[in-house]
Design a binder for this molecule. Structure first.
Ligand code: SF4
Length: 402
């Protein structure tokens, strides 16, 4: 992990970025209005071979939309017409909030590419969750339904395939696929071979997108006509000002008129094979910042990308890439190392303690108890990111455990 160097203080960063640089962060917001005076909406891309055009920015749904209806209205106004939720998000308040919105603005349902997911991983459970989701969201169908968070393509077996076909015939879903943050490359490569996957949402960002394995996996999906949505695009949170590279990076982006968060979105959009970025936008500030990034035509330069990659390299040991097949097979008993790393990221990088703690405490008690007594030596030796797994498991239990 990059250590803190007081030499690179925030004051020095502001001095380096300059007043003009900081001021220019607001510039993209001025571009929100077209010459006609109407709000400009954001670009769209084809979602695989579905024939559907989706907005390149998708509204992530781990948000209490029941008490944030304005976010949904503003999303429609700004052209964010791809909405992503899940049966489990915010204890159902995400889907119920969307339902409340559609009850008030039924005409907007047709504008939205609506995605939900079930983590039940069983026919009975998915049927129950889908019916519940439709009722909660006041709609007869969802555009895309994901099997939520698969860790291996074996989860997408023939029974699941038949279930998806039946749900399509019944008109409850238009398209079918899965989401994954573990072993993504393998899930994508094997998913592309199945021949019946319409869409995939996977963790994908400036840290992950340049590996040969990820490139191959994305290409395979593109060739199979699968629509791809990127999530976790911030790659573990904000660029801080703890090192010379970080300072240069953040200052450089500000001087060009965007933040490092916007730059990370741009890095992903520069791959035309990614149809959309799913982003948590729990408030108007983040929503407007992301809209501005989506509308902004300035591309990252080769030097920008080089600095982003250098930053990724320097902070490598602060980011778990989700290759859980490697570490989890090295411990004697079941331990969801990748999931725990993700919950820690919610807490440490995204400052979302509640989501982190809620997710962590859903792990069965007996597994949580054993997390701190397992031997992670071999897992640590094999971890390609060099993560101190044992220490991080202890940290998670201490910070997030009830
Ligand atoms: S802890 Fe290491 S080996 Fe395990 S998923 Fe994360 S990066 Fe991969």
């Amino acid at each position: 992990m990059t250590s803190y160097n007081p030499k690179w203080s925030r004051r020095k960063f502001l001095k380096t970025a300059g007043v003009a640089g900081v001021g220019s962060i607001l510039a993209p917001a001025k571009k929100l209005f077209a010459a006609s005076g109407r709000l400009e909406t954001i670009p769209t891309r084809s979602f695989g071979k579905t024939g559907v055009q989706v907005s390149i920015l998708s509204l992530g749904g781990i948000v209490d939309f029941l008490s944030n209806q304005l976010l949904l209205k503003q999303a429609v106004n700004r052209g964010i017409t791809y909405w992503d939720t899940a049966h489990s998000y915010s204890g159902g308040r995400s889907e119920r909030g969307i339902g409340k919105y559609f009850a008030k603005y039924p005409q907007d349902r047709q504008k939205i590419f609506l995605v939900t997911k079930s983590g039940a991983w069983s026919i009975k459970g998915m049927t129950r969750d889908l019916n519940d989701s439709l009722e909660r969201m006041h709609t007869d169908y969802v555009d895309l339904f994901f099997v939520h968070g698969i860790r291996s393509i074996s989860a997408m077996d023939d029974d699941i395939k038949s279930w998806g076909e039946r749900a399509k015939k019944e008109g409850k879903i238009r398209f079918f696929g899965f989401s994954t943050h573990s072993n993504m490359e393998e899930c994508l490569l094997k998913g592309a071979k199945l021949g019946w996957i319409d869409g995939i949402m996977m963790a994908y960002n400036y840290r992950l997108m340049h590996s040969d394995d990820m490139r191959r996996a994305v290409d395979a999906c593109v060739n199979a006509g699968i629509g791809l949505t990127a999530m976790k695009t911030q790659g573990g949170g904000q660029v801080k000002t703890h090192s010379e590279t970080e300072l240069k990076l953040a200052g450089r982006f500000l001087q060009k008129g965007f933040t490092d968060a916007q730059a990370k979105l741009k890095a992903v959009w520069e791959n035309p094979n990614i149809a959309s970025i799913c982003s948590q936008m729990p408030n108007m500030t983040i929503l407007m910042s992301n809209v501005a990034a989506a509308q902004d035509k300035i591309k990252l330069s080769a030097r920008d990308n080089e600095l982003l990659q250098r930053f990724a390299k320097e902070t490598r040991s602060a980011y778990c890439t989700g290759c859980t097949d490697i570490c989890e097979s090295c411990v004697e008993e079941e331990a969801p190392i990748g999931d725990v790393m993700r919950y820690l990221m919610y807490c440490n990088s995204y400052d979302d303690y509640q989501r982190a703690a809620d997710s962590f405490n859903k792990i069965p008690q007996e597994i949580r108890t054993r997390l701190t007594r397992l031997d992670y030596l071999m897992a640590e030796r094999k971890c390609p990111q060099g993560l101190p797994i044992a220490k991080l498991m202890r940290e998670a239990k201490k910070k997030l455990g009830t």
